[in-house]
Design a protein around this ligand. Structure first.
Ligand code: 3PG
Length: 306
């Protein structure tokens, strides 16, 4: 089968080599499209491929229509909001993610971001410490649990909200369960967001929630920009000069926020949560293995459009 690795933000060279080796050893052909400038480049590249490995690349209905042979798409990463699942399912195309493979990288970034904001973005101003502060984790999945464990080791108090887990499961992960977003935001000096972008979660973190946070609190977003209501965030930061926002996914109004609020806001120049050598290797190789396994045995364990 012909497998395309299409990554606007490429994997490390070592990860690409590893992916190619796995695919070629299993008798597949592997082609590469990196740093492409236009969505049209992706549309053109899929015309004769049976499988596709992507990162945050947008697999739209147009891409799927342009790929008549396509049978499987693997998103090397956790979030699959960049894939048109309905269009894929309508064609019987299997879509998978590689859950957990880049979680540690994202969790480390969330911790780094908290410290960066505590230390006023590494300027000489007097900062604060994270030890002894309360961290609220919104969604206690692969990333949330790792953030909790690392933060606990740094002396933070951890609580977590996850409607898909029991209290016992949250406690087993080392956090105190909370049962509503209102409770989570009201009681946390930091809230670390780990929810996916879904119709129900988009813009769900709004003015009302953000302004519940206690004095001096900081909101940490290594999830998706869409889950934060940008207008509400701007209003919250205006009305509450003590609040801070740090994000790995720059909001559309970032320039305006930065101008108005200076060191109280920070966004990475490019999404970098999963951009480590280890995460590239873990997620990339997992994607290649899942494709090999799917063609060899029909294994659909990580399918997200069942
Ligand atoms: C994910 O959903 O796994 C992360 O957002 C990583 O995205 P990336 O592969 O584009 O860095």
């Amino acid at each position: 089968m012909k497998v395309l690795i299409a990554t606007q933000k490429p994997f490390s060279a070592a990860a690409v080599k590893g992916i190619q080796e796995i695919l070629v050893a299993a008798g597949h052909e592997c082609v590469l499209l990196e740093k492409y400038a236009e969505q049209a480049d992706l549309v053109a590249a899929v015309s004769d491929v049976e499988a596709l490995i992507i990162r945050s690349d947008k697999v739209t209905a147009e891409v799927i229509a342009a790929a008549p042979k396509l049978r499987i798409v693997v998103r090397a990463g956790a979030g699959f909001d960049n894939v048109d699942l309905a269009a894929a399912s309508a064609r019987g195309i299997v879509v998978m993610n590689t859950p957990g493979q880049n979680s540690n990288a994202v969790a480390e970034l969330a911790i780094a971001m908290m410290i960066y904001m505590c230390r006023t973005q590494f300027t000489p101003a007097t900062g604060c410490e994270i030890q002894g502060k309360k961290l609220g984790i919104q969604a206690f999945g692969n990333v949330g649990r790792l953030v909790g464990a690392k933060a606990k080791a740094l002396g933070m108090e951890i609580c977590a909200l996850d409607p898909f887990l029991t209290d016992a499961q949250i406690e087993a992960g080392g956090a105190t369960p909370v049962h509503s977003v209102e409770e989570l935001y009201s009681g946390a000096d930091f809230v670390s967001i780990h929810i996916p972008a879904l119709p129900a979660t988009i813009k769900s973190i709004n003015y009302e929630l953000i302004t519940r946070m206690p004095k001096g609190a900081c909101l940490v977003n290594t999830a998706r920009k869409e889950v934060v209501d940008e207008e509400g965030l701007e209003r919250a930061l205006t009305d509450r000069p003590d609040l801070k926002y740090v994000t790995d996914v720059a909001p559309d109004n970032y320039e305006a926020l930065r101008e108005k609020f200076g060191l109280r806001v920070f966004a990475t120049p490019k999404k970098m949560g999963a951009q480590t050598a280890e995460a590239n290797m873990n997620a990339g190789l997992a994607a290649a293995r899942q494709i090999v396994d799917y063609f060899a045995t029909g294994n659909t364990r990580f399918q997200v459009n069942k």
